[in-house]
Design a protein around this ligand. Sequence first.
Ligand code: ZN
Length: 885
Amino acid sequence: MTARRIAIVPHTHWDREWYKSYQDFRLALVELIDTLIPLLEHDASYPHFMLDGQMAVVDDYLEVRPEAEERLRALAAAGRLSVGPWYILMDEFLASGETIVRNLQMGIERGAAFGGAMDVGYLPDMFGHIAQMPQILRLAGFGDAVVWRGVPSQVTEDAFVWEAPDGSTVRAEYLPVGYSNGAALPDDAKALVRRTVDHLEEVGALVPGDLLCMNGSDHLMPQPWLGRVVAEANDLQDDLHFEVTSLSSYLAGASTEGLTVVEGELRSGFRANMLMGVTSNRVDVKRQGALAERELERRAEPLAALFQPASSYPARLLELAWREMVRNSAHDSICACSVDDVVDAVLHRYAEARAIAAGLADRAVKAFATSLADPGTSVLNPSPRARSGVVELVVPADGPAPAQVQVLSERSGLPGSMVLDANTVRTVLGMLQGPRIDDDAWVQEIRIEDTDEGIDVTLAVGTEERPNVPIAEAKQDLYTRLGARPDVMVRVAMEQPSTRKIVARTGEVAGYGWTTFEPAALEHPVEISETEGSTLLANGLVRVEIDPVSGTFALDGVAGYGRLVDGGDLGDSYNYSPPQLDSVVDTPESVTVRVDERGPVRARGRITTIYVWPDHVDGRSQERVGEQRVAVETDVELRADEPAVRVTTSFVNPSGDHRLRVHLPLPEPARLSHAESAFAVVTRGLTAEGRVDEFGLPTAPSNRFVTAGRLTVAHEGVCEYELVDIDDSGAKTLALTVLRSTGMLSRLGMAYRPFPAGPLTPVEGLQMRGKRVSLRYALALDCDDPYGLADDVLLPLETVASLGGGTRPASGSALAVHGAEVSALHRVGDVLEVRVFNPSEKPTVVSFPGRAGWLVDLRGYPREAFEGSFELRAFGIATARLRDG
Ligand SMILES: [Zn+2]
């Protein structure tokens, strides 16, 4: 009989930040790698160590010990140390698909400097796995994944074939008890044999053959005696053959013969905690992440790639912004199952990434403005799809406003002037730091004139910014003149024409295109009618009727949208947990409805509801106790020619230990939901697999939109949703979590998860008391293009004022892409790269009219040339590099 192989892979699992801050954990990381390097260099019996599948640990270490880089490279190149392939071990559901791809590309590229990244798609601790991961791994050249959480009951052995919606497969090595089954091995051969035999008994049929023994765990140091103990254990007996190896060698040549095939996302709690409640804790982190992602993916990169010359493409700044996004995608970072210092750091990184992206996008828009031939206002479309939309802008108020334009406010000009003494002038001008004097007024010119009576200063103010207004020079000039005539009086005059702020619908603007702003005729203007019993907003496409008693609204006759349901949550950052004596508040104390805008372009009603929510959950009695009065403001908006209603709900959270959801009735009962996930729309049922240790709560994440029972909800930031009100016909309501507020990182004895998932640390920030919470979403019935709806709601058309003087015509498109959704449009070197995906179950033809280029894989290797178009399989992802057109 041959001995059973016990393959020991020494490693550590390095959460970069979690229950301690990044810097705290890094001090320990430096100690670990300081110990590891000499161990590997001097002890041949300790052959290998895996640095957790992520390059961030290497960079974080080298920032402290730059002199160690050559030694690390030598060890990695000699196969003694595995690094990468990820830059960070991310969460797959809360980061965008593009962030996941960039993470992998950053890890592979950085790993190349160390002789190459590990060739295994290592996913040890992620809270479930996205459906498209096998395709992403295949497109980067990986044939193996390693997973733990999320694996369904259908899998009965330690390996399976995992298939993405496009049919791509990888062999998935399943870690039945996680990445720590061989952590802290005994320093004694007999004990090692005994422990291994016990472990084999424990895993039983799940591990029919060789045992992969993962020798490490969270932040654990290497065990230097391992080689000796393994040799002694092999001498001691013949049933088990121990060896210390790498994950990559262990998986090399592993067979897929006869393995169970599992399709799609892995979100089962059947054998390991899914921790699905991380989607709804610290909703501010999820919103800020989405805002930064959008600024970077949908504005900064495409606008800079299309409207700035390749030579001034801000590659390095974009890389810095991406590094912050990728760092934040770490599973304990974006999941916010961390202490407050960590969450503060995450929010700061998002703010930095967003500031870089917004600044770069603004510069690209300015470059576009100066490239236009003619002066005037243009509309720019940052989305790849042709569309019209509603824009808001300030225009000179000359003559009456056209009928198709809605005036929001008028401002009469400030002709007039003041006579000031020299000191007052200095104070007043000292405050003028730049050309902008308020939201929509810019100093466009300063004229200074000496007269016999004194000095005349004239500020010409307009509605658009002019480049290079010499404000500092003018101030200096004036100060010099004042120095020469110290007692002079100064007459300061403002020349400001009357203006009005308007909203108007534009005509159609090409994808990645622009056109001159021209208010379009309204085919379906919005009208408001108010009666005692209701406020009605209608545009001939959809009717919204606000009920002044419940504070909810009806959509095309279906009542009850926007009902806020507040219940207790004595859970933790990982899981929701209703208290034993829960009480639910879903009726407001009072409701007021006000109409803020009356059409015809845009109508908006504000519903203010006052609720009395309990203050917190009493831990002993498990009751919600205390009272907090809260004003929730909900804006309901309808636009001309749009079949969607836009909603924003906002309040300052006064209470702790609670979960607030907005209930959205389904016009038809549903047994399935279809939610946006990375590079796909995934279909989910009404239940989720769980077990005694974690109830299978069927709450799930949606990236930007979810559809069920004829209703599509497009929303800002990843949201948690659940289909509820279930009877024999299916679910009648979709509940969207607005806020989940708990005070503990992890907790013991919860309703749905009895054992802790992390340290039992109180974390005040998780309560989000005193914070403003806003949820923005849109509702549409029978929507056949949810990606388009999400773009309309979240990525508006932009207005651009131009002085002309360039060569660009008044309308056009910088790039036409048809037939697929665009995930990325950016430059790689001098070349325009576009990543597209096909979210449909039918093959598509992706066309770039008039352009040719190469399809490349995620490592950038050319795969196939194309002219004008190429075919893309159902649910496929493709990356195209375009030759200059
Ligand atoms: Zn972890």
